[in-house]
Structure formats: C-alpha cells, structure tokens
Design a protein around this ligand. Structure first.
Ligand code: GLU
Length: 448
C-alpha cells in the first residue's frame, strides 16, 4: 500500500490488530485512508472526535448458524453474517452474498465499502452487508428455498424498513429475495415491502433494479469519458463476469454504440467478435443457470477459452464486473499495453491496489466500484421510496432517476478530487466526498 500520513497510520494499525486475518477488509480500509490525509489536515475535528476509529468499527456484527435439510434428507450447516456497519445517514443498507468464499473479512470489506458508496448516491441510506458460505451452485430450488427460510428465521429480528434493509449480491438474485421476503412476511405477519430490495415486480419490486448496477456502471463510464471529450460510441469493450452486473453493463454499453466482445465466468472466457448476443447470454445465465460453454456452443461467432484471463482480450474500455481482486497488476499491464482508455469497476474492489496504481500512473481513466457500481443500491433506495409511498414508477422514469443519480455521483467525485488537489483522481474524489458526508453526520449525532 501507499504510505499513510502519521495522523492516520495508528488507526490502520488498530484495524490490523483488531481484525486479524481479514485481508480484504484491511485492503478496503487502506484504500480509503490513503485518500484522507488532506481531509484531516483541513478538518482536524474528525480526528479529535475519533470519527475514523468509529467508522472502522462496525456498529453491530451478527454471526449465526443456518441449519437446513438437503434433498437427500441430510442436515447441512452453514454460517451466516450480517455486519451493520454504519447508520449515520440512514438504515443499514447492502446486499447478502451467498458464496463459499464468504467469511467475516469479506462481509466487513463489503460493508465498509457500502458506507461510502451509499453516501455517494446522495440518498438516505447507511451501510451494511451480509451473506453466507452457502453455495447455491448445483442446489435445487427447494434446497435454496429451505436455506433462505432458515436464514431468515434468525435474521428477521434484526431487520426492518427503518433498521436494516438487505438486498442481493453474488449468489442472491430475485429467486432468493422472494424466498427471504416470503419467510419474513410469514414470521412477522407484516407486509413490510421496504424491508428487502431487489424484489420481483409482482410483489413490490422496482423497474430497473435488475438492470441498475450494470446500467449505472456504464452511465458513470460515459460521464468519465465525456469529461475528456470522448464517448463510448464505437468503443471496444470487455466485461468480466457474466452475472447480473456484467449482463446489464454489456447491454447498456451496446445500446450506447459500443461493441462488447468478451465476458467470463469461473471456468474461462468467451470472445465474440460479432458482439455479445445478449438474448442468448440471458437465456444461458438467467434462465438455464448454465456455463458460458453453453453460450459458445450455440453461437457460431464465439470462441470459448478455458481458464486464462479475459483481460488478455484487447479493448478500449474494461468493465470488471465479477468479484474482488480479479484484476491484478499483470492483467492491468496487459490492458495498458493493449491501449485501454478507461476502466470502471462494476464489481466491488475487483482491481488489486497494484492494478489501480498502474492505471493511474499510465493515465488510464479509473472509476472505483464505490462510485461506478453505486447504481444498484441507488435503485434499491428508489425501490424503498416507491414502497414507502405505495407507488410504482415506469421503467423510463426510474431509469431517468438512476441516470441523474449517476451524474450526481460523478459530479461529487470530480469536484472533491479538484478541491483536494487530485484532479481526475476518482479514487480520491469518491473517498473524500463520501467520507466528509458520513463524518459530518457522525459529528452532528454525537458519540453514539
Ligand atoms: N450488493 C449491491 C452492492 O454491492 C446492492 C446492494 C443493495 O441494493 O442494497 O451495492
């Protein structure tokens, strides 16, 4: 990591000591603290009132057992988490991730990022995150339902539309949110729509929520390119991943005139020089829940490369939309050598710190996830607004609101970066702008 200022170094040392082994959380904290030296110099109050120590310590952390029975009648045990990180700006808000890699350090990194991401949207939402080491891959619908019901049987007591509002993340989509909401409704005997977001349209979901993270990433990229007089039109784009974020990032980029030529999954990547066929990709991934090999088998212009790195495919715009630390310095160098102009993180922290440094040194436009993927949670907040007012908005209106919000996120990052002496540095801008907003609220609320 970069050197921290002497004001901030002890806080980072405390985080390391109190959270041993949680490397992703350490990485997320370091990335924010590295931007804050000019802020605490200008506002020493933040140090005097221990705002940074308080921000790095979650308000509440829940860890619980989730027992469930598989289709063979065997009892299975998973571990689940909810980290309610910061509620200075609103109820805890953030997704649930179901993936075998989930442990406390992953949930804390995601929860910490979420505080700042949510602040950047300008909407009244605090930060939290949760999940489980449950692996939905290969599980039947009934197994997924029983797991979700068991998880909610414990989690419901900690939730509420004014308390904590989960949503999806990796491994948690509309199917899982439906089962979770059904169980919450049954236990509480309340139709409290605003307690979960990412719901299906049939029972209180919002238009555009499914598309929002990917669309938002592309709207941010468009703003970033426009700031240098450029645009997405005619650009060659590569996305990584092939889940919810990747699919809708690819769709919006294509709508704006880009040629999206590659995407990936955990077994390899697909290159499709004719441009990805999004209807086919959706069928394979959303309906059949199959692998990208099935896409390549159906599509003459596509080539599947087993293993390897999707970042070897030359492109002008790279959108990492898979998972944390998927794009390292070697991949970054390859992208730079191939002439990449802009990189925007659709996933949470997909670029390693060395990769980010390399992009910045080589003057590649770089958008950190907490800014570039804020469109998902922003649209969750729009879903909460609709639920609270017992209303539902049209696709066009909701997309327009999302677009305005992403223009606002870009504007906040760009002006904070200018004000604090790092013009064009979206990492600094995102961290500074969101930190000040949360820190000011925390100061106003006193020592709580
Ligand atoms: N999991 C998404 C994120 O990383 C969305 C969270 C939400 O909608 O609450 O921001």
């Amino acid at each position: 990591m970069n050197e921290l200022s002497s004001d901030l170094e002890p806080h980072y040392a405390t985080v390391l000591a109190r959270n041993p082994g949680e490397t992703e959380f350490h990485q997320a904290v370091a990335e924010v603290l590295e931007s804050l030296a000019p802020v605490v110099r200008k506002h020493p109050d933040y140090l005097h009132h221990a705002v940074i120590e308080r921000l790095c310590e979650p308000e509440r952390q829940l860890i619980f057992r989730v027992p469930w029975t598989d289709d063979q009648g065997r009892v299975q045990i998973n571990r689940a988490f909810r980290v309610e990180f910061n509620s200075a700006l609103g109820p805890y808000k953030g997704g649930l991730r179901f993936h075998p890699s989930v442990y406390l350090g992953i949930v804390k990194f995601l929860g910490f990022e979420q505080i700042f991401k949510n602040a950047l949207t300008g909407l009244p939402i605090g930060g939290g995150k949760g999940g489980s080491d449950f692996d939905p891959k290969g599980r039947s619908d009934n197994e997924v339902m029983r797991f979700c019901q068991s998880l909610m049987t414990e989690l419901y007591r900690h939730l509420g539309e004014y308390t904590d509002v989960p949503a999806g993340d990796i491994g948690v989509g509309e199917r899982e949110i439906g089962y979770l909401f059904g169980q919450y409704k049954r236990i509480t005997n309340r139709y409290e729509s605003g307690v979960l977001t990412g719901k299906g349209l049939a029972y209180g979901g919002s238009q555009v929520r499914r598309e929002a993270t990917g669309y938002g990433t592309v709207f941010f990229t468009e703003q970033m390119l426009a700031s240098t007089g450029s645009s997405l039109s005619g650009r060659r784009v590569v996305v990584s991943g092939s889940g919810n974020v990747a699919i809708y990032a690819a769709q919006k980029a294509a709508e704006l005139g880009a040629q999206v030529v590659a995407c990936s999954d955990s077994s390899g990547y697909v290159v499709d020089e004719a441009g990805l066929d999004l209807a086919l990709l959706k069928q394979v991934k959303e309906v059949d829940r199959a692998r990208l090999t099935a896409y390549a088998a159906e599509r003459g212009s596509a080539r599947f490369v087993a293993g390897g790195s999707v970042w070897d495919v030359p492109c002008e715009v790279a959108l990492p939309c898979a998972t944390q630390n998927e794009l390292d310095d070697a991949a970054a160098l390859k992208l730079v050598e191939n002439g990449v102009l802009a990189v925007a993180e659709g996933a949470n922290m997909p670029c390693t710190p060395d990769a980010v440094r390399l992009f910045q040194e080589r003057s590649v436009l770089f958008a950190p996830g907490k800014a570039a993927n804020a469109g998902g949670v922003a649209t969750s907040s729009l879903e909460m607004q609709q639920n609270a007012s017992r209303d539902s908005w049209s696709f066009e209106h909701t997309e327009q609101r999302l677009h305005e919000i992403m223009v606002g996120v870009h504007e906040r990052c760009a002006s904070a970066a200018d004000e604090y002496g790092s013009p064009g540095n979206y990492v600094a801008g995102a961290n500074i702008s969101s930190f000040i907003q949360v820190a000011d609220a925390m100061l106003a609320l006193g020592v709580v």
